[in-house]
Design a protein around this ligand. Structure first.
Ligand SMILES: *Cc1c(COP(=O)(O)O)cnc(C)c1O
Length: 339
């Protein structure tokens, strides 16, 4: 089976497992785990932030960011197709009492679509406490929001709206590699940034939330409250450090594989709409004669695992554990599945 359901399906490499086995550890809740501290410093430096905090999941990283900025009974601006809105069990409202103010329109948030979502001031209307952006954007097929657009959003948020920005950067690594934009330039557009190690970097789990010293002190308490204080977590932080060291620089291979797969399918199936990938996620809108469950079942029978994104759309993701040859083979099988 070639598993292209997600870039989360990767297993730790032998070298990553060695790094984990050899990690120096301590009690991170008591007085700090040396490997966790090293990871947090590395991530803070990469993102140009004062501090970073290791979290077990990207979802908890987003929850910490929302905890820091959110005020109970206010709104959070978020794209209607964002991870925070669709895939985190309504944590923003369930945990922080925030109502999502959905930004509609383009496949990712833009300055214009954010502006269009702003309510006219009224003593009867909710106020907002945070703007959430996502880069790359999962639901839009790993789409990159270029630095200029992100800066325009942030200037409007901080200036006109007087609001902080939280960046869901689970795949910010991919945006960086695809564009050459320094990670710190993207991160400067946000007050808190979540990054994930368990996607393209190939670690078994984990992420960081980064920001100012004051924001991360608050995030630390939020993490504890959410049950995310971890003891000898250097075992996992070592995997993240290994991923940063050895797998960040190879993400362009995933992007090239995704482009190749998209081309083979677009050439081979005339009536499927393949969204040209910016990074490692290929979305395919199906012709009316097919539904997603049929296509995923056919692909599985041909040895390829893919996701049904919705009834009319399938998602294919390239990653560390799928070689160029396997991705080509998968693309050829998918042409058959879509025939
Ligand atoms: C995967 C993902 C998350 C959540 O990360 P987990 O570690 O799975 O909790 C958040 N945002 C985006 C855009 C993601 O793709």
């Amino acid at each position: 089976m070639i598993d292209l359901r997600s870039d989360t399906v990767t297993k730790p490499t032998a070298a990553m497992r060695r790094a984990m086995a050899e990690a120096e550890v301590g009690d991170d809740v008591l007085d700090g785990d040396p490997t966790v501290l090293a990871l947090q410093e590395r991530v803070a430096a990469l993102l140009g932030k004062e501090r970073a905090l290791f979290v077990p999941t990207g979802t908890m990283g987003n929850a910490c960011g929302l905890w820091v900025h959110g005020r109970h009974g206010t709104e959070a601006y978020a794209h209607h197709d964002s991870h925070i809105v669709n895939w985190e069990i309504a944590g923003l409202s369930g945990l922080r009492g925030l109502q999502p103010r959905m930004v509609q329109g383009a496949p990712v948030m833009t300055l214009d679509t954010l502006k269009a979502a702003v309510r006219a001031p009224s003593k009867h209307a909710p106020t907002a406490s945070v703007v959430c952006v996502e880069n790359t954007h999962n639901g839009a097929g790993g789409m990159v929001t270029p630095l200029a657009e992100l800066r325009a959003i942030t200037e409007f948020a901080r200036g006109t709206l007087q609001l902080p920005v939280h960046l869901d950067g689970a795949r910010l690594w991919n945006a960086h590699v695809a564009t050459g934009t320094p990670l710190a330039d993207f991160a400067a557009c946000a007050d808190t940034v979540m990054v994930s190690f368990s996607k393209g970097l190939g670690a078994p789990l984990g992420g960081c939330v980064a920001g100012s010293t004051a924001h991360i002190a608050e995030a630390f308490m939020a993490r504890k409250r959410l049950g995310g204080g971890m003891r000898q977590s250097g075992i996992v932080a070592a995997a993240a450090l290994h991923g940063l060291e050895h797998h960040l620089g190879r993400l362009h291979e995933d992007h090239a594989n995704a482009k190749r797969l998209a081309t083979i399918i677009a050439d081979g199936v005339s009536d499927a709409q393949v969204v040209p990938p910016d990074t490692n996620i290929v979305m395919i809108d199906l012709p009316a004669r097919l539904d997603a469950d049929t296509v995923t079942a056919r692909a599985k029978a041909l040895g390829v695992l893919i996701s049904a994104w919705n009834a009319r759309r399938i998602r294919v993701v390239t990653h560390l554990d799928a070689s160029p040859e396997q991705v080509e083979q998968a693309a050829r099988m998918m042409v058959k599945a879509l025939a």
